[in-house]
Design a binder for this molecule. Structure first.
Ligand code: BGC
Length: 255
């Protein structure tokens, strides 16, 4: 197992892509701090599932839009497992609102949960990694929309675009400390964030038709990329994004 003796934090870890990442990292031997804000019962079930497989995980209720709560996650990793090697900034929300109809509250919510959490999550994780020595990995779960407009989802695109530059700039700054910062940009994934699309057959068909691989991703297909980036095979990656999108960003309807 390539992540034996490694310690990870996954924000937004009890559902969707985050949950799959928790499982993938634990399966590789990492001890995982599972951050969540709602559904403690889902976190507990996930924790139990992992413990039953002989792997280690702890759920922590923390609102990642607050720096003090992010610090609580880092402190838990250190107190419980002795260190922090892998920080996965995964928590995210979207409003599906355009530039014309987004309210101040909606804007702030998306920026705080998606962008501010990744910024300070990176900062606090990097401080711990530098303190303990030996480097580390910060993995930011962004989106194809870090670089590709999604009309009608403007705050999300702005936040993900910010995460793109966070990944690049922090990657450059932290390189000399051996802390690698990499983004993972999923396309459309079968998670709660996409319920409105999955529940609408016509919209789902339109989406599937736009994806060269012809379907949405399973959360596990994104988690596998994260596990690779956290492991021994990814020693020379930093300040960049790996897109796992079934080709959607390159697709053309050919009209
Ligand atoms: C967004 C989805 C969107 C998908 C593909 C994701 O990042 O959360 O709303 O369907 O990208 O465009």
């Amino acid at each position: 197992m390539s992540l034996e003796n490694k310690v990870a934090i996954v924000t937004g870890g009890n559902s969707g892509i985050g949950k799959a990442i928790v499982c993938a990292l634990a399966r590789q031997g990492a001890s995982v701090v599972i951050d969540y804000v709602v559904h403690p019962e889902a976190t507990e079930a996930l924790e139990q599932e992992i413990l039953q497989h002989g792997e280690k995980a702890t759920g922590v209720e923390a609102d990642v839009s607050k720096v003090a709560d992010l610090q609580k996650l880092v402190d838990t990793a250190v107190e419980k497992y002795g260190r922090l090697d892998i920080m996965v900034n995964n928590a995210g929300v979207e409003t599906r609102t355009s530039i014309l109809d987004t309210t101040e509250d909606q804007y702030e919510k998306v920026m705080e949960i998606d962008m501010k959490s990744a910024f300070f999550g990176t900062q606090l994780a990097a401080k711990q990694m530098i303190k303990q020595g030996g480097g580390g990995r910060v993995i930011n779960i962004t989106s194809v929309h870090e670089d590709w407009p999604m009309p009608g989802n403007t705050p999300y695109c702005v936040a993900k675009g910010g995460m793109r530059m966070l990944t690049r700039t922090a990657g450059v700054e932290l390189g000399p400390h051996g802390v690698q910062v990499v983004g993972v940009g999923p396309g459309a994934v079968e998670t709660p964030i996409n319920t409105s699309t999955m529940d609408d057959p016509a919209l789902l068909k339109k989406l599937d038709d736009a994806i060269p691989l012809g379907r949405m991703a399973k959360p596990e297909e994104i988690a596998n990329v994260v596990a690779f980036l956290a492991g021994d095979g990814a020693t020379y990656l930093t300040a960049t994004t790996i897109f796992a999108d079934g080709g959607i960003m390159q697709s053309s309807v050919g009209l």
